[in-house]
Design a protein around this ligand. Structure first.
Ligand code: PMP
Length: 410
């Protein structure tokens, strides 16, 4: 088990189930939003007791808050091994960060059809009236998919390859270093959607050759409302600001035909308005905590849980796990499955109502992928992390075994 620094808030909540008994709630929906670390909650409580505006005030509290906010950029940069001259831009979440990336990318973008909609429809939206996403269909193996990406990147120049580091549907981890080399070989940059990887595995921007990395605080044991884009500053500084407004402007003069604005360079250019200071400090606190206890601990903990869950599910007749690729072995704490003759929503409701187990059902904002997997109606996803115990996994397995036993009798 991981040490106290890895304790999450609310791990001992109870709920009342259908037979009237009160049971411990089992949260197996970490991939949607993970609970906050107790350490993060403590840091936020502390910051709440002492904050003022950032970047504007001359007062002591404003200066302290500004210093904390700016030092959060350095914490995040170090956490993901960013380059010294990368911009660290705080956003609302991963979706917002990818929309910012779409705003600054000067050309066509190659994407796979397995992506979360945030990294798919964002690129498919026309820019200046021109569609610019080139969507490559994933093949049954990653090796063939890699070749298909290579063919697409060689067919015509692309500005960017935008790819997930870990699937939010199956947890499969893609080889980011190889994909970065592929993109660079063909004169493209790479954007990595790290929303599902960063809570589980270390990702080094420098080590993997990543140009842009995006992720969300609320999947990384921090609360909602803040995310990040880390990456090369040239496109960011060349683009018009993502949001217009105060904080992004160095100088403004009104002219006869409107206004003349001198926008800042650096992250402030794309962070107009008062930022989510507490959300940003929460991300930095989560990075500090994870750096302290180490990703190895997370990896061991989750791998044991995953192996137990997979063994259990594979032993239940009529339960089938979903995978995208036949040749990817590396996975994070996400397992998605279907139960024969049961609608995903019915399974999820049964787990919640009868057993106090929270999972996610549906299409996981990845409709094209669910169609490719042969389940356009959706599936059930169990996802876990630091607050999950082997007892939680066993409760899920027992509950599903019970569901199948009932189905067999009816
Ligand atoms: N990408 C992936 C892989 C995700 O799993 C998610 C969240 N489900 C997102 C992007 C979007 O994240 P957010 O909702 O925080 O913007």
């Amino acid at each position: 088990e991981v040490g106290a620094l890895a304790d999450v808030v609310g791990a001992d909540q109870t709920v009342t189930v259908a037979d009237g008994s009160e049971v411990g709630y089992v949260n197996l929906d970490y991939a949607a939003s993970a609970p906050a670390l107790q350490y993060v909650a403590d840091q936020i409580a502390d910051a709440l007791g002492q904050y003022a505006s950032v970047h504007r005030g001359a007062g002591a509290l404003s200066q302290i808050t500004t210093a904390r906010y700016e030092s959060a950029r350095e914490t995040v940069r170090a956490f993901v091994r960013g380059r010294a001259d990368d911009s660290v831009v705080f956003t609302r979440n991963t979706t917002d960060a990818i929309n910012l990336a779409a705003h600054i990318t000067p050309g066509e973008v190659v994407v796979l059809d397995i992506e979360h909609h945030a990294n798919l429809v964002t690129w498919c939206a026309p820019r200046d009236g021109v569609a610019r996403a080139r969507v490559v269909a994933a093949a049954p193996t990653f090796a063939e998919t890699f070749d298909a990406l290579e063919a697409e990147l060689s067919a015509a120049p692309a500005a960017l390859l935008a790819v997930t580091a870990a699937s939010n549907v199956t947890g499969e981890v893609l080889p980011i270093g190889r994909l970065a080399s592929l993109a660079h070989r063909h004169g493209a940059r790479i954007l990595v959607d790290g929303a599902q990887l960063v809570p589980h595995r270390a990702l080094s921007i420098v080590g993997s050759g990543v140009d842009y990395l995006v992720f969300s605080g609320h999947k990384l044991y921090a609360p909602f409302g803040a995310g990040v884009l880390v990456g090369r500053s040239d496109w960011l500084d060349a683009a018009t600001p993502y949001l217009a407004g105060g904080g992004a402007t160095a100088a403004v003069t009104l002219t006869d035909d409107g206004s003349s604005v001198d926008w800042y360079e650096g992250p402030a250019r794309h962070e107009a308005g008062s930022p989510n200071v507490l959300g940003v400090l929460a991300i930095a606190a989560a990075c500090d905590a994870i750096a302290e206890f180490g990703y190895e601990e997370i990896g061991w903990h989750e791998e044991a849980l995953r192996a137990r869950l997979v063994r259990g599910l594979d032993g239940i007749d009529g339960v089938r796990r979903l995978d995208i690729f036949g040749d990817v072995r590396d996975r994070v704490g996400i397992v998605t499955f279907v139960v024969e003759s049961c609608r995903p929503r019915d399974v999820a409701e049964y787990l919640n109502d009868q057993h106090g187990i929270g999972v996610r059902d549906g299409k996981f904002c990845a409709h094209p992928l669910l169609t490719t997997l042969g389940h356009p109606e959706g599936a059930v996803r169990a996802s876990f992390g630091l607050g999950t115990s082997t007892a939680d996994i066993d409760r899920l397995i027992d509950a599903l075994t019970g569901l199948r036993t009932k189905a067999g009798k009816s």
